[in-house]
Design a protein around this ligand. Structure first.
Ligand code: KG4
Ligand code: ZN
Length: 398
């Protein structure tokens, strides 16, 4: 069976990802998987600043690609002194393609002068959904590589990639069989990230039906916004989870902290988290009026916020799995890193749906990464797109 190498590129939000995966006989091997988190850049602003994200992606994509090629031992004929002369016609095409990505253009032009075409069979890049200024540098970088090296190109849906991240090999450089068999389906999928909260019915890979979604804020967004109200730093999810853990070490609170579980009893599969954020705001103000120290009460507030979000997510997921008789529940996205959520999901599934399989991504793949983009491309390898036609689509649906 032929060996296939896919280069993955991810820039939908505040993580720059470059990954190279190898495939053979339904097996997958990670040759390189680099993620550069911009958290430090955005932290002072309390959230992601799109134009800063764009600048960071432009700066980091090519140095990361060089590193990834080196790790994957695909850096052929690297020249130190004698540079490759680029034809003027090719430079002109690249100039036009990268008109709005000056830093990336400079990096790419000097990169093409020092390295020969590597043995990559397909280039895959996140097309959407995501922040437009963040998506474009990734898309344009992939288009430029595809044009210059004559390598087929694919635009990938970031949400589908989060789903498939569940099957990424846990270790680097080890062949792992892709155990995505038809007996997992139909499956209930809970996609929970900074921008999305969706319940999806999966009939097979590539066949998705949106059943419910948030009507306002996403679960991750709610973690981020309520964390800010508690004086915790960005990203709020991990900060709230860490704070909530402290409740075990403190004496029981004498304050009654109770937050709503929005839409938990409604028979639909939609969510709404904006009201929870407002409830936290009022609660914090009320506590301030009562001269209660936020430092003292913060862990209990964090635990209650986490419980509220998790209970709603789990309750609706279990209901969907039950009503649609699915064989599997699959969690995906950044919020799936929340340990309390995963525990609750597993407990409730075992209690209410005995025999159902619960699949949770390995922690290192819950956040944005390019390995999941390359893996998704493997399943869609027969649908490449010409580099001139690929566009970022910030509102791309599953
Ligand atoms: O999937 P992701 O990395 O990026 C998007 O595509 O949005 O998700 C980021 C979100 C952020 O809102 C972050 O606060 C949340 O995932 N998150 C968590 C945890 N780790 C990250 N939320 C709850 N608990 C966590 N441990
Ligand atoms: Zn994501």
């Amino acid at each position: 069976m032929v060996l296939m190498r896919i280069l993955g590129i991810e820039t939908s939000c505040d993580e720059t990802g470059i990954s190279i995966l190898e495939f053979k006989n339904n097996q997958c091997k990670i040759l390189a998987n680099l993620v550069y988190s911009q958290i430090k850049v955005h932290q002072p602003y309390g959230g992601v600043v799109p134009n800063l994200a764009k600048r960071e992606h432009q700066k980091n994509l090519i140095p990361m690609l060089q590193l990834a090629l080196k790790e994957a031992r695909l850096e052929k004929n690297k020249r130190k002194n004698q540079k490759i002369k680029l034809p003027a016609s090719k430079i002109q095409v690249l100039e036009n393609l990268l008109l709005k990505d000056e830093i990336l253009k400079q990096n790419l032009l000097s990169f093409f002068q020092t390295i020969d075409k590597p043995k990559i069979d397909l280039i895959a890049v996140t097309k959407g959904p995501g922040l437009a200024p963040a998506l474009w540098p990734g898309v344009n970088c992939a288009r430029a590589l595809s044009y210059f090296w004559h390598i087929p190109l694919l635009g990938i849906n970031h949400l589908e990639a989060h789903i498939l991240s569940n099957w990424l090999p846990k270790e680097k450089n080890q062949w792992t069989t892709l155990q995505i068999t038809q007996n997992l389906f139909p499956a209930t999928d809970l996609i929970i990230s900074g921008g999305h909260t969706q319940l999806v019915l999966i009939k097979k890979i590539g066949c998705y039906r949106l059943i419910g979604e948030t009507r306002d804020d996403a679960a991750g967004e709610c973690f981020d916004k309520t964390a800010r109200l508690l004086g915790l730093s960005y990203p709020g999810g991990p900060a709230i989870a860490a704070e909530a853990k402290k409740t075990k070490k403190l004496p029981p609170s004498s304050f009654s902290i109770s937050l709503p579980r929005p839409m938990i009893n409604q028979k639909n599969y939609d969510f709404s988290f904006a009201g929870l954020k407002t409830a936290v705001l009022y609660l914090v103000e009320d506590l301030k009026k009562q001269k209660v120290s936020l430092n003292l009460i913060r862990p209990f507030l964090a635990a209650e916020i986490q419980n509220s979000i998790n209970e709603v997510l789990v309750s609706k997921t279990i209901r969907l799995a039950k009503n649609f008789h699915t064989k599997t529940i699959i969690a995906a996205g950044g919020v799936a890193a929340n340990e309390a959520l995963c525990e609750l999901l597993q407990q409730e599934a075992a209690k209410k749906l005995p025999g159902i399989k619960v699949i949770i991504p390995a922690k290192q793949y819950t956040g944005d990464n390019a390995a999941m983009i390359a893996l998704t491309a493997y399943f869609h390898q027969k649908q490449p797109i010409h580099w001139e036609k690929l566009k970022a689509d910030p509102n791309l649906k599953l």
